[in-house]
Design a protein around this ligand. Structure first.
Ligand SMILES: *[C@@H]1O[C@H](CO)[C@@H](O)[C@H](O)[C@H]1NC(C)=O
Ligand SMILES: *[C@@H]1O[C@H](CO)[C@@H](O)[C@H](O)[C@H]1NC(C)=O
Length: 323
């Protein structure tokens, strides 16, 4: 009797250890959903590495004095002075939401033809408003990925005390009170990124497309989910994580897709912000005719010239009482 039991036990132990070895071998071969990561070549990383570029203008103390709840980061060029003035006079004002500290920063590169007198004006503007970061890379459409990575690095270096950051283009209407309310209602405080999420997109192989992506730069025929670059909001921890992930992702000229590729490395899925009944995309990337109460229920709406922003702003101030 004992012998039979011993025999069964032995068989069982053998079976168990073989299974364990097989599971071990299987896991070793297939490391689950986490991807195999290989750092990109040094000369490719240098294109987006913070050590490649120098600050011409910086605001290193901005987040030391106050800890912003939200940092708005707006890419503009040196000559976009009208946009900067319109944003400072509308949604970029410091006191749009009472008791909530919101910081505003414009990110600028170097113009193709540097002009001493324009650079002096910019320095003066920077002294007056304290909201300009300038770095010495060529400020072109195709270099927006560099600019976006410089924003991430800036946050990770100078502003980890903030809660959220938002990358937002200059031609956007932003409903700051609604955004703040929305963020207060969110449970996720880490690994969180939201906006207008684009899924199942494919790279454009037509060389004349604004969003052209060559097979050499990006051989796969599907893009990971990403948030439209018009405006997206993320928890501050992601700035450092995205900057780290960029060591594994070859730079491509589409900045929002590039952030999506970094999120993919991190296994973080961007979250679509919408409401049901009625259905609304809160980060509206279609153009909408201005209407106070329609805009009151959106976080962003795209397609505004500086003068248009200034024109609707006073009327929009009534939204809090009348919608
Ligand atoms: C620099 O910009 C100013 C203002 O736009 C212009 O008047 C001036 O001619 C420019 N200088 C050069 C050297 O291009
Ligand atoms: C991007 O910036 C770098 C650094 O200034 C410059 O050498 C390069 O020509 C720029 N690329 C494009 C496509 O503008």
């Amino acid at each position: 009797m004992l012998k039979i039991l011993k025999c069964e036990l032995l068989k069982y132990l053998m079976f168990a250890s073989i299974t364990a070895v097989l599971i071990y071998l299987f896991l070793k071969e297939a490391p689950g959903p986490s991807k195999r990561l290989t750092p990109i070549r040094k000369e490719l990383y240098e294109v987006i590495s913070p050590s490649t570029y120098k600050h011409m203008l910086n605001q290193p103390e901005l987040c030391k004095v106050t800890q912003p709840f939200l940092v708005l980061m707006i890419p503009v060029t040196q000559e976009d002075r009208q946009s900067r003035l319109a944003i400072r006079g509308t949604w970029g004002q410091e006191n749009v939401v009472r008791h909530v500290n919101i910081a505003r920063l414009f990110f600028i590169g170097e113009p193709r033809e540097p002009n001493k007198s324009l650079q002096r004006d910019l320095l003066e503007e920077s002294r007056e408003y304290g909201d300009i970061i300038q770095m010495d890379f060529l400020d072109t459409y195709h270099n927006l990925t560099i600019k976006t990575m410089m924003m991430m690095n800036w946050l990770a270096t100078y502003c980890t005390s903030a809660r959220y950051a938002m990358k937002i283009d200059a031609d956007i209407f932003l409903n700051v009170p609604y955004l703040v309310e929305y963020l207060h209602s969110q449970a996720e405080k880490q690994d969180y990124i939201t906006g207008s999420v684009i899924t199942d997109a494919r790279p454009r192989r037509d060389i004349h497309s604004k969003w052209y992506l060559s097979e050499e730069l990006y051989p796969e025929n599907k893009l990971p989910p990403y948030v439209s670059g018009a405006g997206y909001v993320f928890s501050i921890d992601l700035a450092r994580k995205i900057a780290l992930a960029s060591r594994f992702v070859r730079p491509i000229p589409l900045e929002d897709v590039y952030v999506g590729l970094c999120l993919n490395v991190l296994n973080i899925r961007p979250i679509f912000s919408w409401t049901l009944l009625p259905y609304r995309n809160l980060f509206e990337i279609r153009r909408l005719e201005y209407d106070r109460c329609t805009f009151a229920k959106r976080i962003i709406v795209t397609g505004f010239r500086p003068s248009q922003l200034l024109n609707i702003w006073d009327d929009f101030q009534q939204a809090g009482f009348s919608c």
